[in-house]
Design a protein around this ligand. Sequence first.
Ligand SMILES: [Zn+2]
Length: 452
Amino acid sequence: MRKTKDIPENYYQYKLKVEFFNKYIPSTQHDVKTLFRHMAEYEKKFRKDLHSFTDDELKVFLVSRKAESVRSLDNTLSTINKYINFCCEKGYVKREDNPVKSFNYKEAKMQLLNSNTSEYALFTAGEIMNIAMGADNAQDGVVLALLFEGLNNKKTFQELINLKYKDVDFDRNEIHLTDRTITITPKTAKLITNAYTQDEYLSVNGDKVRRYKMEKAGFILKGIRGEKQVKPERISQAIIRLAKIAGIKNLRATNVVYSGQNHYAKSLLREKGVMKGFTRNDLRETASRTLRYFGIPVNSNAENNFLLRLENDLDDIKPEKQTAIIDRLKRDKMLVKDLKKVYHNQCQVCDTNLTGIDELAYSEVHHIRPYNEAHNGSDEINNCLVLCPNHHKLFDLGILAINPRDFKSLIHIDEENSLNGKVVEFKHEVDKDNIRYNYKEIFLKRKIQVTN
Ligand SMILES: [Zn+2]
């Protein structure tokens, strides 16, 4: 029998992996090898073997797999399960829980699927609004728009059902709900007006068109046949009908709400100007603001689930996304040498890695507040910069510093120097006090010395 032929160094702790393969996996099962090679990236990132992954770490890996179906996800989970059990039996790890367990129910699996698959899908604002504006009943279209813009779909749409025309401030494009205010686009405002002025509800079934007179009771969604308020079933049916007309399979209330949440969160990130380099705190803050905006109780579970959906959607800015995840999971434990990896050994000032060859990339870590007895700086990453040897020296000499006015641009002792004002790229958080200290105690002292 042929043994695992590919280079074992591709695996993290390869001896363990090879032992596992030889015991459990037929040599024809290439997908398992691919799985473990992909896994190695994450094992390196988290600096531990798969057998010691937490639920969260496993989740990050599973999301990155972009599984297209529950079945392929099940295969992955079954292999991981086997591997962890193998390591436990052999005594390579001691653990009571198996993280695979947290993904054994359908809801959890759904969140791990690639967002383009049939069960879970996200829509852009443009897509939602096109469907909403094109609806034959404005009463149906407005449902989509409102769910996308921040109304809650919980408790069988109670918030939508109880929404009154007088709750809408058309001058400010706002809706005042009992516990919060949401902002709407002019298109949604128009849809609300159209829905409120609609008198008859069209029910189209094949060639048959039925018209139902609707009740006026101040609610935006109107009841029919003597009912003052709309029934929840009509809302679900409206979405199904719109999905059919638009030829979109996955248009469901939950997906519309998820799409709206991501849209809102991304606009928050854009507002902060951090789309290209957000930190754990940026993401956490965005998550809780978004959940509150959509009327969802904020707890760590809701936050984590939302962040997973959001991170999936931020794929177009992948390196930053990975940094954010590393940040989130490892911030407290991250070591200085990991920081170099975050920057791919590229100097934060000049973007180069000294050798110009990826395999031999070289960088140095600079302590902003010097890491010695005289200055008593810390060895935590919030006191560090990743620099090339030249720029490292300039910082050490106090010739170059970070400007404590904005905590991101450079300041050079020679005011004519072209580095003045250049913005340093940050993918990690730096303690502002360290920057202030460096400026005052190292840079200014040098400057006084030079100019005298
Ligand atoms: Zn440099």
